[in-house]
Design a protein around this ligand. Structure first.
Ligand SMILES: [Zn+2]
Length: 463
């Protein structure tokens, strides 16, 4: 148990208007990483807000190359507990707002309506960021101290793949040193329950290209000219069974099995299968997966997904052509402890052994998976805090099915990492009319105060 000063939570509750106005100010500064728009300006604004909240802040660069967006860093030392450090990871960049005409409220104005603040980045990730800054401000304003050292690492390239985050982590490893990491997002489900995610899957993006005749040929010649589109389809057919099982030799060798605790979490996790099927217009899930099997797949099954296929003529009507080239883009979700480069070598070896050694294969991007053990002290600190702040038992999720640079953080900083926050699951992130719910921002700030307090508390808390 902790002894959180109630004045701190009162400061959070009384500060909602300030938090909303900070969020509006951040939304009004576009920061679209895909277009390199407004990033330096937004970084400066975030740095100013950290300082206003009582932290020291600086803007960090990788090197001379100014096309790499800066990382905003914030820090405040604890006087009462200087030996323990909690790090908040966030991002100040946003997705492009297009198509603009589908927005009911302009994407960069921060329109407030009832319980909602609309705008690109309102939820992802500017809302999460302001809630965290306000939590730290409440501690400093009320007590003049924080229960443990607090660090903020706020990057500007999350929405385009966090390409330089690993290099920033290497370069500033000692500056970012910490004992626990709170990830940039966390969802709240339709029943108001916070979803705590303990991991993220990895991702390997691969491109395949098959070359055929020197130029497109008349299709009557298909009797004597090999067609690269057929060759590509035949090669792809050897990589995966219709059940979803990947048939590349050795693919699953390093897959870490679920622990008993993981299985307990998976068994208690709720997944509304009928709502999911309705959402996507499906009669059944892949390979007949259902119930626990579907949840296990989401949290811990690797995928081989065709993201795009291109060849020949796909326009209106008929064109009898034998194409010169066929290409495929594949994404593979990875799970602990698969290593992207090793998996890539397995694809090359597989294609060669099946007689497809002539196919060009290139890895575009590789990111490992991360998973924090549920027995980490940080996990129970977060779980207790979220339960108290949101007033319901949180949902504990073994791994989010998506990907982020969590593995780089966990490996380079050697610290456990937990995703928790206040983003309503249907808040239209990456879509028109993205919004943040003000009631959830308030609860998130409250939750972050409790996390800092639990984490700084010397005794192990009980779940
Ligand atoms: Zn996003």
């Amino acid at each position: 148990m902790t002894t959180l000063n109630p004045d701190i939570l009162r400061r959070v509750a009384d500060g909602t208007e300030r938090m909303v106005s900070d969020l509006q100010q951040l939304i009004r500064q576009p920061s679209v990483s895909a277009k390199g728009e407004g990033l330096a300006e937004c970084a400066r604004l975030v740095s100013t807000m950290l300082e206003k909240s009582g932290l020291d802040s600086e803007i960090l660069y990788l090197g001379e190359d100014i096309s790499v967006p800066p990382v905003v860093y914030g820090e405040v030392q604890s006087r009462s507990n200087p030996d323990k450090t909690l790090l908040f990871y966030n991002h100040y960049d946003v997705q492009p707002a297009e198509p603009f005409d589908l927005w009911s409220h302009p994407p960069f104005e921060g329109v407030r309506k009832g319980n909602r603040v609309f705008g690109r980045g309102a939820a992802d990730d500017k809302g999460e960021l302001v809630a965290r800054m306000h939590a730290v401000e409440a501690f400093l304003h009320t007590t003049g101290d924080v229960p443990c050292n607090i660090k903020f690492v706020i990057e500007g390239e999350e929405e385009i793949g966090s390409h330089h985050m690993g290099q920033y982590l290497d370069k500033y490893k000692s500056k970012f040193a910490c004992d626990g990491i709170i990830w940039e997002f966390g969802y709240v489900d339709a029943n108001g329950r916070p979803i705590i995610s303990l991991g993220m899957k990895g991702l390997m993006f691969v491109e395949l290209a098959v070359r055929g005749p020197a130029r497109d040929a008349h299709s009557s010649l298909a009797v004597i000219i090999p067609n690269p589109a057929w060759r590509l389809v035949e090669a792809l057919g050897t990589m995966r069974a219709p059940s979803g099982r990947i048939t590349i030799s050795g693919w699953y060798d390093e897959v870490r099995p679920f622990t008993r605790t993981d299985m307990e979490l998976l068994e208690s996790e709720e997944f509304d299968e009928s709502m999911f099927k309705e959402e996507f217009g499906l009669d059944s899930l892949l390979g007949g997966r259902s119930g626990l099997e579907a949840r296990k797949a989401l949290a811990g099954e690797p995928t081989c997904n065709i993201a795009g296929l291109t060849s020949g003529y796909a326009g209106k009507g008929a064109k009898t052509v034998l194409p010169t080239v066929a290409t495929a883009k594949l994404d593979f979700r990875l799970v602990p402890d698969m290593i992207p480069t090793r998996q890539f070598a397995r694809i090359q070896a597989h294609l060669a052994s099946r007689g497809f050694g002539d196919i060009d294969v290139a890895m575009v991007h590789g990111e490992s998976a991360a998973r924090t053990s549920p027995s980490e002290r940080l996990v129970s600190d977060v779980n207790n805090a979220a339960g108290a702040a949101f007033g319901v038992r949180p949902v504990m999720n073994v791994s989010n099915p998506a990907t982020g640079p969590m593995a780089s953080f966990a490996r380079i900083l050697n610290a456990p990492c937990v995703a928790v926050g206040g983003t309503y699951v249907y808040s239209r992130i990456h879509s028109p009319d993205e919004f943040a719910r003000i009631d959830l921002l308030e609860k998130t700030a409250d939750c972050m105060c409790r996390i800092m307090d639990n984490f700084g508390f010397p005794q192990v808390t009980s779940a």
